[in-house]
Design a protein around this ligand. Structure first.
Ligand SMILES: [Fe+2]
Length: 290
């Protein structure tokens, strides 16, 4: 719950506020675009204006429920009038919210599929996630993009009896995993999901391509809304930038395409598949100089 006594003094005056425990993870800014922005002086998220319309109030609640430090709140209200997560993003993809501090506020997702529902990376453990997943038919597989975003995957796997997938090079971060991905070749996992290893951000980072067009990229690839192009985090590359460049190059050279990008950190984006592919080729060419 956000702490009014720790309210950041920089936000817009009014009922909604952000406290100073914010860790600058960006999650709230992704779900409340134009309402919450980064304070350039200290990185704290702040309300640039108070929400006015019902739609904006829903965005504010979504920001409150995605924030891993529970730093966003209302001076009186404690709960949204109706649940704001899972958030239906279309194509049977849902943002789960309730981001974990242990994954530095990474986003996690749920995909409903006839062959077994999927969770991509995990939120913090809460009944506010398990209840709706139960209503959506449970969980068959948890796909972990890399070691940073495991969060409470073990508890969700245990609760739902789900299989857990991770690359063997990040496997020590999820010793409860039931299935390991090896090497750098694209592999079919979890019932017609393609896992494409992209060592770089971490040694065991993996892209997951679902239904031939939905790409879940963890922290290996994101969208830069300011420059309107694909982006990779040079300053948050923990294993090898040359390897990440080579791996994204292999992905670009493959026949795999995507028109929806869902990120752990960074901005998600929808775009025509060929336009995304052209941006990916440009990024790979730019990466050595980044
Ligand atoms: Fe990461």
């Amino acid at each position: 719950m956000a702490r009014i006594e720790d309210r950041h003094p920089g936000g817009a005056d009014g009922d909604w506020f952000v406290d100073t425990r914010c860790i600058d993870c960006d999650a709230s800014r992704h779900v409340a675009v134009d309402l919450i922005a980064r304070n350039p002086t200290d990185g704290n998220s702040l309300f640039v204006r108070q929400p006015g319309t019902p739609e904006e109030i829903e965005l504010a609640w979504r920001a409150a429920m995605v924030c891993p430090t529970r730093s966003i709140g209302h001076i009186e209200l404690r709960r949204p009038p109706v649940p704001v997560f899972p958030h239906d993003l279309g194509d049977d993809v849902y943002r789960l919210g309730h981001n974990a501090k242990s994954s530095f506020g990474a986003h996690s997702y749920f995909v409903r599929r006839a062959t077994g529902n999927l969770m991509i990376d995990a939120p913090r453990w809460t009944r506010e996630v398990t209840r709706p997943i139960e209503n959506l038919g449970g969980l068959a597989h948890i796909l972990l993009s890399h070691r940073d975003d495991v969060a409470d995957a073990d508890r969700y796997a245990d609760h739902f009896g789900a299989r857990v997938w991770i690359h063997s090079d990040d496997g020590d971060a999820a010793p409860f995993a039931t299935d390991l991905i090896h090497g750098t070749d694209a592999t079919t996992v979890a019932g017609n999901v393609t896992a494409f290893p992209v060592p770089g951000h971490t040694r065991g980072s993996v892209l997951y391509l679902i239904d031939g067009h939905l790409l879940f990229s963890g922290d290996s690839l994101s969208w830069n809304p300011r420059r309107q192009r694909l982006h990779a985090f040079r300053q948050a590359c923990w294993y090898s930038w040359p390897e990440q460049t080579a791996a994204l190059g292999r992905f670009a050279a493959s026949s795999l395409r995507f028109d929806r990008l869902f990120c752990g950190h960074g901005w998600s984006q929808d775009l025509d598949a060929e336009a995304f592919h052209a941006h990916l080729l440009d990024l790979v060419e730019l990466m050595p100089a980044m």
